[in-house]
Design a protein around this ligand. Structure first.
Ligand code: GDG
Length: 466
């Protein structure tokens, strides 16, 4: 069995349950192969030399964790700058928010080169390398330049927009060349995969060889959709924790006379929170029977706070929530409970469990795991209803949710009303289908499908010229 090497911007400790998502997904596979997880340590060295960083190695059970520190200059250009102020908005279709500032791209390349240099010293010839997300798109090209011939796969957790948007990224040719250094590129949805196919054919004159395989720059790459899932049972087990039970008791006590709606998101402009609040306001306006009853609990966990767009969003959201609460609130009822802080992961299941409706209404999202977590936590005999944006990757799989266009506020309000009024039979039927889907394509299925596809590719045949 080949050793699995995972590379991502941040490294999670698979043994810590709080690490969540990716750590749970990859922990088993890493442990079974005595794997290596490589990434940034989270430490920023003030005044450190650009392109340099100390390597730390530690063990977590059978897994080796290798992390490097970043200098302040590298962190600001690679992470805050190019990754989060250029690529994140551009790939979420928000060119208006993208800042391709001077020096960002150079920093992004410099850190990818640094990662490659440090990682190369730790690699064995038969390792299988799995690189994650937009921070590290050029990593395989940098590894190849150092002579690495291992199988290398890449998974993009966020959307890939259509070619005209990708083509607006200054110097986007590097992007296509970077993809062709991988053996396998995994995307969240069929729509993303279609954008990839069009982009490489239109902009790089790639030849489609069938089965998702493309040839350009003398190399071949396979691009396919691998929609990420959750571990349903692991998430349900969290509900048995003391924190979850305590949260559930508190919510039951506080909101026994109310109908709860829930939203759980990082405070990010891609998540569509101001529009969600406005749709909730529209619900109270158009369907007055919900006043003094419907309560939206919105957790918006802080993220990337040094980026201005996030500060602006926080102010906007606080303004909208304050306006709605000021207008409709009563002594004994506030329409919106908005919390701008990180909740303990163990407390989330209780919140999902008690909510009659989940509002997952991003303007654009790679997948959205909250939609799947909500479905996992419903009582099958009396389940709640998922209102899901058609622009979340999850909408491709979760057809039995109430799909909405989050830009259409009255229609979203109408869907929320429909969710609140949905008869039990319909709720059960929709939920049963959603749960079956969430279970069938769970995170273990995702990991296996990706790694099996990568293993099926013979690395020596990847150089088309060879
Ligand atoms: C990216 C893509 C893709 C949220 N608030 C708290 C908290 N969370 C947890 C949720 C969920 C996760 O964070 C969020 O996952 P999402 O999928 O919704 O979104 P992103 O963070 O944007 O993730 C996305 C994902 O990668 C995986 O490929 O689905 O499209 O953007 O698990 O429960 N967890 C805790 N406290 C919080 O306050 N503990």
């Amino acid at each position: 069995m080949s050793r699995l090497v995972v590379v991502s911007n941040r490294v999670g400790d698979p043994r810590k349950p709080a690490a969540g998502g990716l750590a749970v997904a990859l922990g088993d596979a890493l442990a079974q192969s005595g794997g290596l997880w490589f990434g940034w340590s989270g430490k920023i060295v003030e005044g450190g030399a650009p392109g340099e960083g100390e390597l730390h190695e530690q063990r977590s059970g059978a897994v080796k964790l290798a992390t490097i520190d970043l200098s302040r200059a590298d962190h600001d250009a690679y992470y805050t700058g190019y990754s989060n102020q250029a690529l994140w908005p551009a790939l979420h279709y928000r060119l208006d928010l993208a800042d391709f500032g001077a020096g960002y791209f150079a920093g992004y390349q410099r850190v990818n080169r640094l990662f490659a240099r440090k990682l190369a010293t730790l690699l064995r010839p038969d390792d299988v390398i799995w690189v994650h997300d937009y921070h590290l798109i050029p990593l395989a090209a940098e590894l190849r330049a150092l002579g690495c011939r291992q199988r290398i796969g890449f998974f993009l957790h966020i959307p890939l927009p259509p070619p005209p948007i990708l083509a607006a990224i200054p110097g986007h040719e590097w992007l296509m060349r970077s993809f062709f250094a991988y053996d396998l590129v995994g995307l969240q949805t069929r729509v993303d995969t279609d954008h990839f196919a069009r982009f490489v054919q239109e902009e790089a004159n790639a030849t489609a060889l069938g089965g998702g395989e493309f040839e350009a720059y003398g190399r071949r790459v396979v691009a396919r959709a691998f929609p990420i899932g959750i571990d349903v049972d692991e998430f349900r087990r969290l509900a048995g924790s003391a924190e979850s039970r305590e949260t559930e008791a508190m919510l039951r006590d506080q909101y026994s006379k109310r109908r709860l709606l829930v939203g759980v998101d990082r405070l990010d402009y891609s998540k569509g929170l101001p529009r969600r609040f406005r749709a909730f306001r529209e619900l109270l306006d158009s369907y007055p029977e919900n006043r003094r009853s419907a309560t939206l609990i919105q957790i918006a966990s802080p993220t990337r706070e040094t980026v201005h767009a996030y500060e602006d969003l926080r102010h906007e959201l606080e303004g909208v929530a304050g306006e709605i609460n000021g207008h409709y609130g009563e002594l004994d009822w506030m329409p919106i409970r908005y919390m701008h802080r990180v909740w303990a992961r163990r407390r989330l299941p209780a919140l999902y469990c008690l909510a009659r409706v989940a509002l997952v209404t991003p303007l654009r999202d790679g997948m959205n795991l909250v939609a799947k977590e909500y479905v996992a936590m419903q009582d099958e005999a009396d389940p709640g209803v998922l209102v899901l944006s058609r622009f979340a990757g999850a909408a491709e799989q979760m057809r039995e949710a109430l799909l909405v266009n989050p830009y259409d506020i009255p229609a979203t309000a109408q869907a929320i009303q429909r969710a609140l009024q949905m008869p039990l039979d319909e709720r059960r039927a929709r939920h049963a289908a959603l749960l079956a889907q969430t279970r069938a394509q769970d995170v273990h299925w995702w990991r296996r499908s990706f790694l099996d596809a990568l293993a099926a590719i013979e690395p020596r045949t990847r150089d088309a010229a060879a």
